[in-house]
Design a protein around this ligand. Structure first.
Ligand SMILES: *Cc1c(COP(=O)(O)O)cnc(C)c1O
Length: 367
């Protein structure tokens, strides 16, 4: 038996004809840039998430860069964020000339620990960038409370958490701007790069729409310098079709997680994911924790089970951020997580046989 970490082909098989005919329509229209499907997809996303404005762009990374620009955060400003995340979270701050200030995570959820945010606030702090890691929404009640008290902006990097909720409220709807990635491995994946900004603020939405086309308004007149970062029409057409199945896929991921939770419970030395009871996660990843991580990974790989470490080195220790002055030991919970986490296959098309094989292989290791 072979269980890949992700099987995009299995998903594609279920909608192959639909997707080909949607792409065909874009070819026939020749509106490759900002065609009708882009607007249609933006509107459908607004309805799906219950957020007033959706602004498509070229990637989840660009969505973050655009969000920071739209909030006028730059040189000399500080943005508080987590070091236990994908690189783009912090690079988007850095690329705007601002300084990422890393705050440690919660041991159980791997998300930014709200109790540690206030100590990191300085007169230069402009925003908090929360990341809903592995599909679980952060404690946005606490984060918004802190942001309001200190007059800070909030960006939600929701690349991994589309459709997740906290206290019954949709992720991306708490902060000033939320961002999504449609990288193929996300729960809603394009067939290439794509991303999106979401906001309920009319003025920010207008700014984001300008910034994604070089900051122009009207055409060929620029009051600020933006990016060339539009959502490709072909990708929008693919995403429009896939959005129909997103809720079902997330439900299947939760069912797979429930199976793992049940069958991996009580194994000494192994911790299954902890989900806050106020949160509904979408399980972009199902992430185990064990001090014997590297051994377990080798064991699973030998049994043809895909698995991956997200992420092996926290961002405060990345070479490119040496000048920020962090050293090992500064953010111990993130550093320990980086040594102990292992994500296993959770994608919706996993069969019962595959899940049982994964469970048996893990049990065998710990026996
Ligand atoms: C995937 C991801 C991004 C970047 O998205 P791209 O579309 O790959 O540019 C940003 N932040 C997080 C947390 C991600 O997982």
């Amino acid at each position: 038996m072979r269980v890949p970490m992700l099987d995009l082909h299995a998903q594609y098989q279920t909608m192959l004809d639909d997707i080909r005919s949607e792409i065909e329509k874009v070819f026939d229209s020749h509106h490759y840039i900002m065609g009708a499907q882009v607007k249609e997809f933006e509107e459908k996303m607004q309805d799906y998430l219950g957020i007033k404005h959706a602004i498509g762009c070229a990637s989840g990374t660009d969505a973050l860069v655009l969000a920071i620009k739209a909030l006028n955060i730059g040189e000399g400003d500080e943005v508080i964020t987590t070091p236990f995340t994908f690189f783009a979270t912090a690079s988007s701050i850095w690329r705007n000339g601002a300084v990422p200030v890393f705050v440690d995570i919660d041991e159980d959820t791997f998300n930014l620990d709200p109790d540690k945010i206030e100590a990191a606030i300085t007169p230069n702090t402009k925003a908090i960038m929360a990341v809903h890691l592995f599909g679980q929404c952060c404690d946005m009640a606490r984060i918004m409370e802190i942001a309001k008290k200190h007059n800070l902006k909030v960006i939600e990097d929701n690349a991994q958490g589309i459709g997740s909720t906290f206290d019954g409220e949709m992720s991306c709807s708490f902060g000033d701007i939320g961002t999504l990635s449609f990288f193929p491995s996300k729960n809603l994946g394009a067939m290439g790069d794509a991303g999106m900004c979401l906001t309920n603020d009319d003025e920010l939405a207008a700014g984001l729409r300008q910034l994604r086309v070089h900051g122009e308004c009207p055409k060929y007149y620029h009051k600020w310098v933006g990016l060339n970062s539009r959502l490709d029409t072909i990708q929008a057409a693919v995403l429009l079709r896939k959005l129909d199945d997103l809720a079902d896929w997330s439900e299947s991921r939760r069912k797979n997680a429930a199976f793992y939770n049940e069958h991996l419970a009580g194994i000494a030395g192994l911790k299954t994911p902890v989900i806050d009871e106020r949160a509904v996660t979408i399980y972009n990843q199902y992430t185990l924790r064990t001090e014997r991580r590297d051994e377990l990974m080798a064991h699973l790989q030998k049994r043809n089970i895909g698995c991956a470490v997200y992420y092996p080195l926290p961002l405060h220790l990345q070479e490119c951020f040496t000048s920020l002055g962090y050293k090992e030991g500064d953010l111990p919970i993130s550093e320990r997580a980086a040594k102990e986490v292992l994500s296993i296959p959770i994608y919706p098309e996993l069969t019962d046989e595959m899940k049982s094989y994964v469970v048996e292989s893990i049990k065998e290791f710990f026996k």
